[in-house]
Design a protein around this ligand. Structure first.
Ligand SMILES: Nc1nc2c(ncn2[C@@H]2O[C@H](COP(=O)(O)OP(=O)(O)O)[C@@H](O)[C@H]2O)c(=O)[nH]1
Ligand SMILES: [Mg+2]
Ligand SMILES: [Zn+2]
Length: 295
């Protein structure tokens, strides 16, 4: 029997799909691992709760990371990315910027969630550090999952309505705490998914999708320390840095790489403080990475 479902969890080559209220343990044909959480898939049932994935339906968006050797799919069909940062532990600008570049390159809206505003000692410093992102037009929403759970839900629920959202962030920022507030019974769902995928005790190391009513969903992803963007070409990179946009086309050379060329409008904007130096440094790093790609 054939069915169509949505991938709600992935662990290695094992996937869990939801099709008409039924959960199906799915495998791909052969050694394919190109399935992502959020994918809509056509499957053939091999038992009442098991299936083989025949086809991945066309994706609206695809968010992924990559290193020199391969790409790692994060989520398919998401409409927005929430980057969760916290007052403590300190967050990495490198990871935040990489996630923003990945979102812009994939055509996905992004915003930042500053969690743990109750930790007042480091609140001002965190706010100060986030100004570089709000200046670029990314919204920053302040919450405290622990100290102000109701206000947190009130702030985030309207943003999630009608959207397919992925939460990403370093571990310890409070992603799971936020998910637990936003998704009733998230813990139970996680245990069930973990059992169905046979992930063992490490229940937070897989990506999973929760439905929030009929037309919204939220995806929790494991924290990671690296966000490689080897797949982005030079042309994609300069366009994915939205703070560069006003200056593109203003360089003397039409094929300017904005690294050390004379009369480069981007470099001039960096000198004038209109583009944060940290962003330009990351751009140079990503350009270097994209030239290292082996696949
Ligand atoms: N002070 C404070 N601690 C929080 C808040 N939200 C989460 N935490 C704590 O931060 C730690 C990491 O939270 P968790 O949700 O597991 O983060 P994750 O690794 O991003 O999923 C836990 O000890 C939480 O209790 C908050 O709003 N304020
Ligand atoms: Mg977590
Ligand atoms: Zn230039």
């Amino acid at each position: 029997m054939k069915k169509t479902g949505t991938i709600i969890a992935a662990h290695g080559r094992h996937y869990l799909a939801e099709a008409g209220g039924v959960r199906l343990q799915c495998v791909t044909r052969g050694k394919k691992t190109n399935v992502a959480v959020g994918d809509v898939v056509d499957v053939t049932l091999t038992s009442p709760d098991q299936a083989v994935i025949d086809r991945i339906q066309d994706r609206k968006t695809l968010l992924y990371r990559s290193d020199q050797y391969k790409s790692k799919l994060l989520a398919a069909n998401v409409t927005q990315l929430f980057i969760v940062v916290a007052t403590e532990p300190s967050f990495s600008d490198d990871l935040v910027s990489r996630a923003l570049v990945a979102a812009d390159a994939a055509g996905i809206e992004a915003c930042l969630i500053l969690n743990k505003t109750d930790v007042t000692e480091s609140l001002e410093k965190a706010r100060e550090r986030l100004k570089v992102y709000s200046a670029m037009g990314y919204a920053v929403h302040e919450v405290s999952a622990k100290a102000h759970p109701e206000a947190t839900v009130a702030a985030l629920a309207p943003l999630l309505a009608g959207q397919s959202t992925i939460l990403i962030g370093q571990s310890g920022m409070g992603k799971s705490s936020l998910i637990n507030l936003l998704v009733p019974d998230a813990d139970i769902a996680t245990r069930e998914i973990s059992a169905a995928l046979d992930t063992g005790k490490h229940t937070t190391t897989f990506t999973r999708l929760y439905h929030l009513g009929p037309d919204a969903s939220v995806i929790d992803s494991p924290g990671f320390q690296e966000f490689g963007l080897y797949h982005l070409t030079e042309g994609m990179l300069e366009r994915a840095f939205r703070d560069f946009t006003p200056y593109l086309g203003g360089c003397k050379f039409y094929n300017c790489r904005h690294l050390s060329e004379p009369q480069c409008a981007v470099l001039e904007a960096v000198e004038e403080g209109k583009i944060a130096r940290m962003r330009h440094t990351l751009y140079g790093q990503l350009l270097h990475e994209s030239s290292q790609t082996l696949y």
